[in-house]
Design a protein around this ligand. Structure first.
Ligand SMILES: [Zn+2]
Length: 276
């Protein structure tokens, strides 16, 4: 819920299982990146490394596949939330700046997160895979139960039918240009379930155009819930570690600003009343 001043009334991330923010709160000033020597606060957004004082003190997230993020060259590095993923899940996340992108030799093992005309939902992709495995084509009347609707008798986790997932990190109009690249446009595409963004720097007016780190996080949770009988236990929540910390800082600053502004208004009103 948002009030008239654009502030969230309740913390949308209250239920996330996040590591302590103490290391971030205690960190004073800026430090030099150990790789490029640039002055950085929490992490280097060009080397994707935490500052020395945070090494071993921030959470590490494991993702069940390789994740590539293709960044538009005009996207400002320091503002990109894709960097959060590379810092928090360094083993699986790779960032590329367009037009430099990897060669995807086997498109059947790759999935591009992009709302193209032929994009499918995660549920549809899992169902299609299940049908392919059982030898039934998609038009068959005798369809097997969808992969996502597992019964309690089958506690196994459904295999994830891809090895690599690609996200595009850019504004909506820039992402269209990247998608039209011949190396990407024929890859199978997936669309995410709609979610509201809480990105404070959102450039697109649409409420559901997510920051890249939000998109990665919601994708992982949706995929987990569709492929596992186990209850989601927050294992990817820490991908939102920096995002939530920064979000709360911005909300706090906004609240303080409004407080000061209201005080000023009150003072002016009292003063004017006194004059007249
Ligand atoms: Zn650096």
């Amino acid at each position: 819920m948002t009030d008239s001043s654009g502030l969230e009334e309740t913390d949308p991330f209250a239920k996330l299982k996040l590591a302590s923010f103490l290391p971030l709160e205690k960190l004073e000033g800026r430090s030099k990146c150990s790789a490029c020597e640039a002055s950085r606060k929490f992490f280097c957004y060009t080397c994707y490394l935490p500052v020395d004082k945070l090494i071993g003190r921030i959470p590490a997230v494991e993702i069940p596949f390789q994740l590539d993020v293709i960044k538009h060259p005009l996207e400002v590095d320091g503002k990109s939330t894709a960097v959060h993923a590379a810092v928090l899940a360094p083993k699986q996340v790779q960032l590329y700046t367009y037009p430099c992108i990897p060669e995807y030799k086997d498109p059947s093992k790759v999935l591009l997160v992009y709302p193209s005309e032929s994009a499918k939902t995660i549920t549809e992709i899992l169902d299609q895979e299940e049908r392919a495995k059982t030898g039934l084509d998609s038009d068959s009347e005798e369809a097997t139960p969808p992969a996502c609707k597992k019964t309690k008798k089958d506690p196994k986790q459904t295999a994830i039918p891809f090895e690599r997932i690609i996200f595009i990190d850019s504004t909506w109009s820039q992402s269209k240009k990247i998608f039209n690249d011949e190396r990407l446009r024929d890859l199978p595409c997936v669309i995410l379930a709609e979610q509201k963004t809480f990105f404070w720097r959102s450039q697109d007016k649409e409420d559901n155009y997510l920051a890249t780190i939000e998109a990665i996080y919601y994708f992982l949770v949706e995929l987990f819930n569709l492929t596992s009988d186990l209850q989601y236990a927050g294992q990817y929540d820490n991908l939102m570690y920096f995002f939530v910390y920064m979000y709360r800082m911005v909300q706090k600053q906004k609240k303080n600003y409004i407080k000061i502004h209201k005080k000023k208004q009150k003072k002016t009103a009292t003063h004017e009343a006194g004059v007249s």
